[in-house]
Design a protein around this ligand. Sequence first.
Ligand code: SF4
Ligand code: SF4
Length: 406
Amino acid sequence: MTEAPKMEKDKSIPSPAKPLSKEELSFKVKEFPTKYGASVVGITTRETLAGGPPSANISYVLKSARSAVTFAVPLDEDKTCNYLGKIDREGHQKDYTRAGVIATGIAAQLASFVEQFGHKAVAVMSNLVFRNDKPGELNHRYPDISHRYLAVRGGLGWFGFSGNVLTPDHGPNVVFASIVTDAELDPTNPLPQEDNYCDDCQVCNASCPSGFFRNGRKDQVTIALGGIGFTYTKRRSYDRCSYVCSGHTGLHQSGRWSTWSPARFPIPKEDEDLAQHRSEASEAWLERPEPPGGGLQSPITYGKTKRDIPLTCGNCMHVCHPDKEERKRRMKLLQNGGVIIQHEDGSLQSVSPEEAKEHIAAMNPERRALYETRHPEALDPEHYFVLKHHSQYDKSKRVGSDLSKS
Ligand code: SF4
Ligand code: SF4
């Protein structure tokens, strides 16, 4: 069967809408997203993004691109707090999906709106679209366009210590999306750095079980976008975040609280040890029952595992708020929210740290291996977070223990 030829737009046919001036269109593309629920909007251009990292190159999605419009849709704060406090995971999962679908929907509608004035325009989804540089590679994924870079340059927010983009009203608790167009638009300015509310409070660092920000302020990254520098903290290996954020493991090194992951696989202190532990934790993740409430629809993960990705972390984003007292309150919610266990039907429950340990200790070795490493005795606790909270940790120190045979 021969493929039908692709229909090129006939340039002699006038656009359905009466053309707008650059000024009129620039005004309208900023107003449009706010009518559908966006909290902030900004415009970047080829010139204001010049010299940036590869994912600030808007011509990756549209060769003739001249401008981009980026906007943010806020998450529901009550649902975020119930998630942080380990009261309700499902509500936040649905809310995150809702915000992502609204942001992506605004992008699709705005792209169509701009096209009807005779311009080319492409909607860039909020998340889960990656460059095809290394097909099938789960851990080397770069977005088509980084909404973050466009957001800081276009004046939607500032980089915080965490590297998340902090918007003035909702902090990083938003979902970004963009359109890229060949229309010429007036760029918006970055927000004044002196108004950045990030005061280095380190709550985001304390909320991260993976140790992603452990290098503190001493390592910083500065990117240049159109001649302006933007700085944030250098983060450690992205595999470190994805190991925890994907739900492979989730107990904090204190053993007192966890993410929504019911697993407690060891978290290596050094990045180079991550790969060897990830495989045991990945196999366990695949074998564990899927928790209720759905997950992210990632085509790359689904193609490889036939699984969705239930949200289990995102703490560094959710604890950060423009109000410092609210940050402290959210951190307490997280720390006092207990440790997640999983029942055989897949459901999750928050219990005390002691009950969680007993719950895992009571499992037979095969089921226990879904939640913690089979071989704690082979690892040096000096080099791993979480290891000393293994349910068999004391027994494993005995030579020839049952554990070492399981
Ligand atoms: S939690 Fe504190 S240190 Fe981290 S980004 Fe927010 S304000 Fe900055
Ligand atoms: S999402 Fe979770 S694991 Fe990843 S950096 Fe944030 S707090 Fe750490």
